[in-house]
Design a protein around this ligand. Structure first.
Ligand SMILES: [Zn+2]
Length: 258
């Protein structure tokens, strides 16, 4: 699948790979230009009280850039917001609009902020701000300081981690590569393992436990998504066309195995 420029906008370093790793691998392989905007530094993503948020932010910055380099992502920007710090959607939207106008992506990929029972404030605010930014970036009187004539409109938005998918990407050929991406995020494997150990004693390292847990999640969700359309392993997305200040409600049909 080829698109001229695809802009992934997500809350934390690791969200893009864990949710969309298969899509990113396929896009880059087919010659699409992929860019990242991570909206928080992930500095509070740990159960370890002895690691400072400042130090963790440095670790997570390097983890994300390592994964991006492996994938062939063209640019990576991490906004200097702390995670779980109640970012104001209005201000984040303004930051994202400026970047969309500069990059002019054909497609924006972000969190589904409308997923029922989605509790994480960073996922909600990032998904909402990114969708609104994608829709309103071509309006010249909205944040005119970053507008230039001739800015293209975003054509489509894909929402990941959704309960209402209408597009399934076949990742059967690239699932092992997606799982391999987990090795770029030891800090997050370790913290997931530490949480598991709180629930159930285990002699293995935190990394091994967390890595197994994430690998299991990726295999299980991709198998479940694939069952709907007869694909062995799939990533599920909600896809919308962007139209004049709205998502196009006519694009509701299911699009199998794109
Ligand atoms: Zn996240």
């Amino acid at each position: 699948m080829h698109h001229s420029l695809v802009f992934f906008i997500f809350a934390h370093p690791d969200d893009a790979e864990i949710c969309c790793g298969g899509l990113i691998v396929k896009l880059v392989k087919d010659g699409s230009e992929v860019h990242y905007l991570c909206c928080t530094d992930g500095s509070r993503g740990t159960f370890n009280p002895d690691i400072s948020p400042k130090h963790l932010a440095v670790i997570r910055d390097s983890e994300l850039k390592s994964a991006a380099k492996d994938l062939g992502v063209k640019t990576v920007e991490i906004l200097p917001h702390c995670d779980c710090d109640e970012i104001q959607e209005y201000f984040l939207r303004k930051e994202i609009i400026a970047r969309i106008r500069r990059l002019q992506p054909e497609i924006v990929v972000t969190h589904d902020a409308w997923k029922p029972y989605l509790v994480h404030p960073d996922h909600i605010v990032t998904g909402l701000a990114a969708c609104r930014a994608a829709v309103f970036s071509p309006f010249p009187h909205i944040y005119p300081d970053t507008f230039s004539p001739g800015v293209n409109s975003v054509r489509e938005v894909f929402l990941f981690d959704t309960d209402l998918p209408n597009m399934f990407i076949d990742i059967s050929e690239v699932i092992e590569r997606k799982i391999h991406l987990l090795s770029h995020f030891p800090s997050q494997m370790e913290q997931a393992g530490a949480q598991q150990k709180m629930i159930r004693p285990d002699n293995r390292s935190n990394y091994d436990i967390g890595r197994e847990m994430y690998e299991d999640i990726i295999r299980r969700t991709s198998t479940q998504a694939g069952v709907i359309t007869g694909i062995r392993h799939a990533e599920a997305y909600r896809r919308f066309l962007v139209r004049n200040g709205h998502f196009d409600a006519r694009e509701q049909e299911r699009i199998p195995g794109k």
